[in-house]
Write a new protein. Sequence first.
Length: 746
Amino acid sequence: VIFFVGEITILGYPLDCHGWNITGKSNPKSDLEGSGSVNDTNGHGTHVSGIIGAAKNEIGVRGVIQNVTLLPIQVSVASQTNSATSATDKFAKALLYAIQSGAQVVNMSLGWRFEQDSILMREMIKLAFEKNILIVAAAGNDHHAGPTYPCSYEEVICVASHTVNGSLSSFSNYGAHVDIIAPGTRILSTWPTTKRSRGFTIDDNYEYLSGTSQAAPFISGVLARLINFGLKPEEAKFALLKGARAPMRGTENYIRHGNVDYKNSLKVAKNGFVYPLLKAPALIKWSKETRKSFKFKLKNYLDTSSNIKVNLKLLESSVQVGAKLVKNEFTISKLAKGEEKSLVIELDSPYDIDGNFLIQVDISSNTEKKSYYFQAKALSLITPDTNRFDQETFELTGNVDFTKNAIIRVFKDYSDESSNDFLVTKQVDGKTHIALLKSEGGQYSVSKNFPLPMKEPVIINLSKVDLEMDGKYDYVITVVNIIDRENRETKFLALDENFKPKRIFIAPKNTFKNDLTVMPGSFYWLKYKDRMVPAWINFGKRPESERTQATPWAAAPIETQINRLYLQLPEGIKTFSFSEDEELPLHFLYQSPTHKKDGIAVLVSSVGYGYFKQYKLYKFDEELKFVTDIQVDRFFDLASARPLPISMPGNNDHAFFNTPSILGTQNVIGIKYNAATNELITLNKKAQTTNQYNPIKFVLSFSDDALMSQTSSYLISQGEKITYGPSKTDSRRIKHHILVGNQGLF
């Protein structure tokens, strides 16, 4: 297919007389994606089609419109799931097929999140809009107000679901991006003859389904009727919206218009219709250079409107402490048909804000009066020249008393110093104040303090590490910032050796979104390109830059979620490939003090499944290097076993793994790697415990012929014979923690 901005050349599809199935290839040797077979094994598409145009033949159900041509385009089957933009690109290709085929209304009973959006889909939506094609989309069935796509596109009509009495369905999404509500609860419609009905058992050709997928085709059918009535597509869209009935009191949920009313849409006047274009949340750049402002666009459809007054009101402002609108009233003397007007909306606050705003907009003119709602998302910016976590942002007051009600946490030491440094935190007037507690000349002193610029941060990691490998150690505080119930971010705060905010980026804008994978609190610091970076092993996906990219007519491979080795670089996430296909990283072994300081780590990977896994040892020293295979008992599963803490620091990397058995015995595998000699030693032992509910917590010492370990209640010594006795950690003292310096003490 070759298409240009203003004109499309259709090359055609073979055997597409009944529509097109975009989900598979018709011929393995062909580059053409999809086939002409649109057999519905799911039932969803047949049900949606029946709502739009089931025949009026006194059999079963009747669709919204009779004189309509339906073009089925299949984009998903059964419970098939696709990853990220690969699925969205399939939808975009299906939309292009609909555009080429001359569709006037496109029903999309589907949706995706913002992170799954694609440039190709945005181009297709724009192309459809330019060709006066109406696009209708389902709002989603998760009962939240967060933006979904394609609903949040300005050009798309977003549809929520209502019940038989007109109130919003319990499952339906809602919010400022939703345009209208239609019936979506327990809708009876057509069903594939090859698929048995469950809810409607009188006839297997029909079935009850509920969802915004059922609400959207009601709107598509009404738009088709309005076009058949003689309205132009744009006129049909605004007749639909202007004719909607007000929603039931208490169920508005900030939806732009009310319940669909076809008869009323035929009666509405074609006078001016001033409409806010913004549907997706507006981004407020919260920084010192750009003061809290964004543009709000209005467009007048139909006839000229005059004496237009716009009034704004900030809702739920108590969430954003101290935030207010600088100006809330605007007057526009006249807007001609098709004319747009941008209003600059400014907000003010005594400090930087990360979070969401909900704003009500009342628009009145010579012909109408209407209230709308829209969302705005405040983002605090960090740039190389203006770092949010600098000394100007933080007030180094030193006026908080940390001698009472303060919490002390230790920094994990990646340096060669022997003393421990601590972070002290204290809540004062709703803010978290922090300071450094450090030993100087045998005396501990507290540095000047400052408040963190976020509400109720959760600290997940404290590290003392030489970030730039220049011999000067920095302090890195990793926090989870809970913006609101929908948004959480992991943020890095870097401070120099004097505990003053440092201008250095650990991640883009020092923020990790937790979208590809989740960053755990117990990550490692490894050397990569002359600096130290966070590294961890977790279940997740690769960044887009590392995947095989899709072309307009060749699908990208589905991105699977598997165990991966992740590095967080200043420019973004990086993953690493291993020697063999289907090889997965499992665990880091414990770093020796030398390796910890130098940013070197040893890790274990596995190849295969079930009882037939093979294990390999790798060393990460600025790059991933294979060391050797690991020989263990074939029935011992290192994938499910977690490394046990050990008490012997030494200069070698080593770890123990254990698997409890039903007989009260635990298989203990010791792995010891000597980096100097490149020697790997595995030690297989069985440690006797009282029962399977008293597992080994950590290993105190080991040698070729002896093993000493610790459970919650017993010390276990294993040499020629196994002996065990009660330790000081009985059930009354179970909450006592192992000391950092020596794991045999409590």
